[in-house]
Design a protein around this ligand. Structure first.
Ligand code: FAD
Length: 454
């Protein structure tokens, strides 16, 4: 009989959100996994992050977490956000539900989630995780990694058999692939940066704003958002132009920051006692969309998560789509065993159109959140869409719900959403107020549109 080939070790680069989930899925399919992470172990006592950063987790992410049995543990530390709470310049609040009753997206701490996943990774037989391991270069031809130990400064060569790049938007694994023939790559920056700020907890850890909402201060050319934390505080993100009259470049002193917030975010300012300190201490970070193809190299290297498709954060889908990558790959592992050439080919051809669509949707949502959500006509359109969805549930699912509360492939969701937007463009000229939806002539138009769609 033929001797068994030696068991293959799979190497995962990056123990961020996607790398950890991927390692869990691979190990549960019986593979032996070596996981490398550049940073120190974030669970160490001394390394508690100064700032809490949270992310919105939605259905695709939950489904992928369920696949390795960790959704329940995450749910315990997640806060449901049932809709958007818009804050007008006059302090007026407008609430817009995200979906049907009971549907929500969930605010989770990035560090908390990553820590929980690292605990599971360490408990999982078959995974070996090593921290402070910085991949500096990948030699694709020799199948070698140039690693640097960040604690000792020592460099070494580490061979790999099969490599998964989950090392984020500035991936070293992708960097090596970018130098191979016929590798397509693009990166596109917005003229906007972002800065993380904090709304402090109220007395006795109470929430000074509605807890179960994602708060938005839409201001046309810029906006601020806030997501709730478990301790009563909110993590705010200011999305702001780099240059121009209202921009990071224009706010150079604490007094300028204070007076800007007093004018444009008046209801938030009293809740931000550390504003000026944070504004100058926290970095201004950029917003990039990365696209590339292929995602695999010679059947033994594969990119996942932000390494292959980093997107701007306005749909709250970056992590969710990276998690969905892991679930899709696991399904292919179930179907094709260890036929890696086939798995990699199918994975990249299935996922690429969907993550491209998601990248477009994310940029689109930036404009929607920044200026359209402050427009009464747009809000009316959303309400009418809600009525359409309630009246014709089999034929109409709002685009946001398709992306956030369903598993419909992103590319299909985008196409459906564009077709639905055209219907709305035809209906809205006949509608001036919510009640107009019930008028017989409008109902006749709606019925005709629905007949066309079915
Ligand atoms: P990363 O999280 O970047 O992890 C990569 C890991 O690899 C890191 O641990 C890193 O240290 C390690 N690494 C990198 N290079 C090397 C190297 N050379 N050697 C060894 N290790 C390395 N997504 C959502 O779904 N919902 C949201 O609400 C949301 N909000 C966001 C808000 C902002 C402001 C931003 C910027 C992003 C947001 N995202 C959101 C997107 C989300 O953060 C990313 O999509 C997600 O973190 C991608 O996970 P990843 O594991 O692929 O990459």
């Amino acid at each position: 009989a033929n001797p068994q080939p030696p068991a293959e070790t799979l190497t995962v680069m990056g123990a961020g959100l996607v790398g950890c989930l991927l390692a869990l899925y691979l190990a549960r399919h019986g593979h032996s996994v070596e996981l490398f992470e550049r940073r120190p172990d974030i669970r160490g006592e001394a390394k508690v992050e100064a700032r809490s950063i949270n992310l919105a987790l939605s259905d695709r992410g939950w489904k992928a977490l369920e696949g390795v049995g960790i959704a329940e543990a995450v749910r315990e530390v997640a806060i449901a956000m049932n809709g958007r709470m818009m804050h007008g310049t006059d302090g007026q609040l407008t609430f817009q539900p995200y979906g049907q009753d009971g549907q929500a997206i969930y605010s989770v701490s990035r560090a908390g989630l990553n820590r929980r996943m690292l605990d599971l990774v360490e408990q999982q037989p078959g995974i070996r995780v090593q921290f402070d391991q910085h991949c500096q270069r990948v030699d694709l031809r020799r199948k070698q990694l140039e690693m640097r130990d960040e604690t000792t400064g020592e460099a070494r060569i580490q061979p790999f058999q099969r490599l998964f790049g989950a090392d984020g938007a500035y991936s070293a694994v992708r960097g090596a692939m970018q130098r191979t023939d016929r590798f397509n790559y693009s990166q596109q920056y917005l003229d906007y940066g972002y800065k993380e700020l904090t709304i402090a907890a109220g007395p006795k850890g109470s929430w000074p704003l509605e807890k179960h909402a994602l708060h938005i201060w839409p201001r046309g050319q810029y906006m601020m958002i806030a997501l709730p934390n478990l301790d009563g505080s909110f993590n705010c993100t200011l999305f702001f132009p780099y240059e121009g009259a209202n921009s990071f470049a224009a706010l150079q002193t604490p007094a300028q920051v204070r007076s800007f917030f007093a004018e444009h975010f008046a209801d938030a300012l009293p809740l931000m006692p550390e504003l000026e300190t944070e504004f100058f201490a926290n970095p201004t970070s950029s917003l990039v969309t990365v696209r590339c193809f292929p995602w695999s190299h010679a059947d033994d290297v594969l990119l996942l998560g932000d390494a292959s498709h980093a997107i701007v954060p306005f749909y709250g889908q970056g992590m969710n789509s990276g998690f969905e990558d892991c679930a899709v790959l696991a399904e292919l592992l179930g179907e094709h065993g260890s036929d890696w050439p086939r798995i990699m080919r199918r994975f990249e051809t299935m996922r690429k159109p969907n993550t491209d669509a998601m990248a477009d949707l994310a940029v689109y949502n930036f404009y929607e959140m920044r200026d359209r959500v402050a427009d009464p006509r747009f809000l009316l359109q959303k309400k009418i869409e809600g009525k359409l969805a309630a009246q014709y549930p089999a034929q109409w699912l709002p685009l946001y719900s398709q992306v956030t509360f369903s598993q419909i492939p992103y590319a299909e969701a985008l196409a459906n959403g564009q077709a639905q937007e055209q219907v709305m463009q035809r209906l809205m000229p006949h509608i001036q107020a919510e009640a107009d939806y019930e008028r017989p002539e409008v109902q006749a138009l709606v019925a005709a549109e629905m007949a066309r769609r079915s």
